[in-house]
Design a binder for this molecule. Structure first.
Ligand code: UD1
Length: 373
């Protein structure tokens, strides 16, 4: 039988934990499929890339396009220019993309123009906020995808509303939770991570700290919003210590805008971006997570840890309806009220959404087998 090559694309940090279980699952079809891994190089720092590959057991990419940073147009255009020759050489049967980053839309667009089927994992999520770059990436990628794999049932409603035929949509569950379930036991205790970064750890107890991440342009690019959020977080840190692994975008803005002193005034433990396992370890012992990340909203729902989302909306409403997530935005009073509620009542408990069971990748690969092999 002729083996078929499927190009699998990763580019930025949240892609790695989504792709890892799919690549593993492809090994069950190794007589029929050869995955060809392309890393666009959108994220290139060791902290944002290499440690994830190692920890998640992702093989070395077959090619690294090395695009690096730039404006959205530069980054997207550079990825497209460098991705097309790969398709010309590899001649894949399909291109599989995950999530909603610039690499996702860039590679999908190149593939569809060459009439290569695009398979989109994590399709149909909508925040209805078109100022968010990821929302544009989601809508456009879904429109040009041949098969659309969804993490929650509402995603199908969104897609059908946008005119996508239900025969192309397949509800498979959440591959990010596949990675979480496969790796949780290997996650180092939070104190070990603090020790690794030479931070004080003896006076911080499991279940008695908050974990913070923040990197959305809407939150960090505007100095007024960033200052307001940091002040809220400093206030939270007077009630319980806040561990804060800082994304490069956020660190740059904090430094540029002279806000380092503001952070130093609080009970914040600042770290560089940590590895995937370290992050799971920090998350699972936290009293609560404050974040603007999409992935953390899902991971906290799976772990049953209260999540305070520092955004006005979410593309992952199931984490609010069924999970532990509360959308508070950037209003200091709302952040305070939500944090106080979690400290007093323990916060939302929630339940695990359907198919967030660690088997999403196997459903995806089964579907690929049915439709393409
Ligand atoms: C990207 C994704 C976002 C995702 C996030 C996770 C898009 C539109 N956004 O945002 O959905 O949640 O990744 O991290 O694709 N930088 C480094 N080292 C790196 C990568 C970036 O220092 O390895 C710095 C650069 O200064 C860069 C900035 O971070 O300009 C932002 O990086 P970029 O890839 O543009 O987007 P993210 O904000 O990381």
């Amino acid at each position: 039988m002729n083996k078929k090559t499927i190009v699998c694309v990763v580019g930025a940090r949240p892609n790695f934990m989504k792709m890892a279980p799919i690549l593993k699952e492809f090994t069950t079809l190794k007589e029929q499929v050869t995955p060809y891994l392309v890393h666009t190089g959108q994220h290139y720092d060791h902290d944002m890339k290499a440690s994830f590959f190692q920890q998640l057991g992702i093989p070395e990419p077959d090619v690294d396009l090395g695009v690096g940073s730039g404006s959205h147009s530069e980054q997207t255009a550079n990825i497209m220019l460098r991705f097309e020759p790969v398709l010309n050489t590899v001649k894949p049967y399909a291109v599989l993309v995950v999530g909603d980053v610039n690499s996702t839309i860039a590679c999908s667009l190149v593939a569809v123009k060459k009439q290569i089927p695009v398979l989109h994992v994590e399709a149909g999520l909508r925040s209805r906020d078109r100022e968010m770059p990821e929302e544009i990436n989601r809508i456009l990628t879904d429109q040009i995808s041949d098969r659309l794999y969804t993490t929650e049932k509402d995603a199908e409603i969104n897609l059908r509303y946008e005119g996508i035929d239900s025969s192309r949509i397949c509800f498979v569950g959440n591959v990010m939770i596949d990675s979480l379930k496969a790796n949780l036991e290997q996650a180092p205790p939070f104190a070990e991570t603090l020790k690794e970064y030479q931070k004080p750890f003896n006076n911080i107890l499991a279940g008695k700290y908050a974990l913070l991440t923040m990197h959305r342009p809407a939150n960090v690019d505007n100095p007024l919003t960033l200052r307001k959020l940091l002040m809220s977080v400093v206030a939270v840190s007077q009630k319980l210590p806040v561990i804060f692994p800082i994304h490069p975008r956020t660190r740059t803005k904090i430094e540029q805008e002279g806000m380092k002193e503001l952070i130093d005034a609080g009970n914040l433990i600042c770290l560089p971006p940590v590895g995937y396992l370290q992050m799971l370890g920090l998350m699972k012992s936290a009293k609560m997570v404050l974040t603007d990340s999409g992935g953390l909203q899902e991971e906290t729902t799976s772990l049953g840890i209260p999540c305070v989302t520092l955004r006005e909306n979410t593309e992952r409403p199931i984490t609010v309806d069924q999970g532990t997530n509360t959308i508070v935005g950037t209003d200091p009073d709302k952040i305070k009220a939500c944090v106080d509620d979690i400290l007093t009542t323990g916060g939302k408990s929630g339940r695990t959404p359907e198919y967030w069971d660690g088997r999403a990748a196997s459903r995806i690969v089964a579907d690929i087998k049915k439709h393409y092999l």
